[in-house]
Design a protein around this ligand. Structure first.
Ligand SMILES: Nc1ncnc2c1ncn2[C@@H]1O[C@H](COP(=O)(O)OP(=O)(O)OP(=O)(O)O)[C@@H](O)[C@H]1O
Ligand SMILES: [Mg+2]
Length: 293
């Protein structure tokens, strides 16, 4: 008969309990970190303005007028995600063709094709040209009459359903952790009915949220900032980043501000930014307008 060693059991028992406790605490901490984790954009200066980054798994709106740098910011977020942080990404384009995007990004040193070849990044093309070319064979020209015909087309609904399916499938296939949709306003063109547009906007947000990815959704500010109307997507999103071009003494100064970011203590000031050969750079400690003004 093997005698129990009382000394050993006395030591093992608390040891096991303690190690379990430590393991559980570590798991809880891990979960807490994952829940509260901030996903870095990797864009110079922007993470500081964001208070660390974007809350993991949340959806943030990137708003701004034409040419303010929305697409550049979003593509850098995806590129840095794949290259610096090992997070695969999906870019859903509702406006520009994938060819234009690849070319523009190469100009700022971001080689998207390599990432696509390695299946770390995929582009889902829902751009107007791709969209229209698939139904244009049956429609002669792009007259207002033909748009009305398209509006009634079941094909439009089917294509939208396919987009939702494709987002989910692609996210699963490449285990994506970042998604960009650029721009949600593209739906305006593809969905003329305001109620349907709102339903579709909600559907898109829901589909993106369900993937668990951290996402940026581009929205074009339709009117100038002062007294502008809030848009449905601003309420759906967990955060809003605003890009603006300010005119100062005959020159244009680019600015970026975080209007909201639920659960994060972020900078409220608009900060200057620049777009150059390395894409967008933010200056988190500088002010847009000089004190002397
Ligand atoms: N290599 C570069 N060097 C300097 N500036 C650049 C460079 N590439 C882009 N830009 C500037 O960035 C602007 C376009 O940025 P971007 O396409 O990201 O803006 P956007 O807000 O997405 O525009 P849109 O509303 O048309 O979609 C250009 O108008 C140009 O001023
Ligand atoms: Mg753009």
């Amino acid at each position: 008969m093997v005698k129990e060693d009382p000394a050993r059991s006395r030591i093992d028992y608390p040891y096991i309990r303690l190690s379990e406790g430590i393991q559980n605490m570590a798991k809880m901490e891990e979960r807490r970190l994952v829940d509260n984790e901030l996903v870095r954009t990797g864009i110079d200066g922007l993470d500081k303005v964001l208070g660390g980054g974007i809350p993991r798994g949340r959806c943030v709106l990137v708003m701004g007028g034409p040419g303010t740098g929305k697409t550049t910011l979003c593509l850098q977020f995806l590129y840095n995600g794949a290259v610096e942080f090992g997070e695969n990404g999906i870019y859903i384009t509702l406006q520009e063709s994938p060819e234009h995007i690849r070319k523009d990004m190469l100009k700022i040193g971001l080689d998207f094709e390599i990432l696509e070849e390695e299946d770390r990044l995929r582009i889902i093309d829902y751009s107007a040209s791709a969209y229209l070319s698939s139904i244009s064979e049956r429609v002669v020209g792009y007259s207002s009459e033909s748009f009305l015909q398209m509006e009634k087309s079941e094909e439009m609904a089917e294509k939208f359903g396919n987009l939702i399916k494709s987002i989910k499938e692609t996210a699963r296939e490449i285990q994506a952790q970042r998604i960009v949709l650029d721009p949600i306003t593209g739906l305006m063109f593809q969905e003329p009915d305001p109620i349907m547009r709102r339903i579709k906007t909600h559907g898109l947000f829901q589909a993106i949220n369900e993937t668990g990815c951290t996402s940026l959704v581009v929205s074009e500010a339709r009117v100038s900032e002062a007294g502008r109307d809030y848009q449905a997507e601003e309420y759906f999103a967990n955060g809003v980043i605003l890009l603006q071009n300010f005119g100062e003494r005959g020159t244009v100064v680019r600015g970026i501000s975080v209007l909201k970011m639920r659960g994060v203590a972020h900078d409220l000031q608009p900060r200057p930014c620049q777009i150059g050969k390395k894409g967008i750079i933010v200056f988190p400690d500088e002010k847009i307008f000089s004190e002397k003004g």
